[in-house]
Design a protein. Structure first.
Length: 261
């Protein structure tokens, strides 16, 4: 399989490939894919599940670079450490159970949390797939995409593309409308949102939870949430982090993609 990702500047190429193509070697080692820069695009070649996993990581790095304006080698290295490779965590579902990418075995839910995850995706207008980085959220969303044909949207990348030329004030004012436009471009009844970190940027002055919930008026929304559940509350980031958020669970339906076999 080949995936093609548009590149907007030589600096993005340098960030992605790294010094002396160090990051390109990381991709080959971690995902088994090759990276090639050609005609203003980055090409990823390899097995389908490997390419999809690597593509998510590339889009996350590019999205963060465009939002921040820079990423150093150490920061990029952290993305490699946190990124989930093919087979990291479960893929999702087929019938009444879960499916793993590597063998396509159907695995029935064994815990209440797993059962709730399956039911949530079927019955809720908004489901948050909650877990720290590297726990399989992207792999779960990718499997939902394969089984339902629902589009998987990299929110960081899409918003960065559309708001690149705006001032900070314009971004804060226009972000809800821009995100709605991204979602409305798809006719599907279900939409999958990954890499939503940009909406937590304090400079954008958004309420991330309400923003995502507002998208569910006309669609079923499943969103990856890079956080944890603490004392009946949904959290994002650490308490001393400027982007820290904490929401009561009473009005939310959340689930974890973790599966044990």
């Amino acid at each position: 399989m080949r995936a093609t990702i548009p590149i907007e500047s030589p600096d993005e190429v340098r960030v992605l490939l790294g010094i002396n193509d160090r990051n390109a070697r990381h991709f080959r080692k971690k995902y088994g894919v090759t990276l090639t820069v050609r005609n203003g695009s980055l090409q990823l070649d390899g097995e389908e599940t490997d390419v999809l996993a690597a593509q998510q990581l590339v889009e996350q790095i590019v999205g963060q670079y465009r939002r921040r304006g820079s990423l150093d080698a150490e920061q990029v290295e952290e993305y490699f450490k946190a990124g989930s490779g093919a087979g990291d965590g479960p893929s999702l579902m087929n019938g009444d159970g879960f499916v793993r990418d590597n063998s396509h075995r159907t695995i029935a839910p064994r815990t209440e949390g797993q059962r709730r995850y399956v039911e949530a995706l079927r019955t809720s207008d908004v489901t948050f797939c909650v877990g720290p980085a590297g726990t399989g959220k992207t792999a779960a969303l990718q499997a939902v995409r394969r089984s339902t044909s629902a589009p998987l949207v990299n929110v960081n990348l899409e918003l960065s593309r559309r708001m690149l030329e705006l001032t900070e004030r314009q971004r804060a004012l226009q972000l809800p409308g821009v995100l709605r436009e991204v979602i409305d471009n798809y006719d599907n009844e279900m939409i999958l949102l990954d890499n939503i970190e940009v909406i937590f940027d304090v400079g954008l002055k958004q309420d991330p939870l309400r923003l995502v919930q507002g998208l569910s008026r006309n669609k079923t929304v499943v969103a990856a949430w890079n956080g944890t559940i603490v004392e009946d509350s949904l959290t994002y980031a650490a308490p001393d982090h400027p982007e820290y958020r904490r929401y009561p669970m009473r009005d939310l339906l959340v689930a974890s993609p973790e599966v044990t076999t």
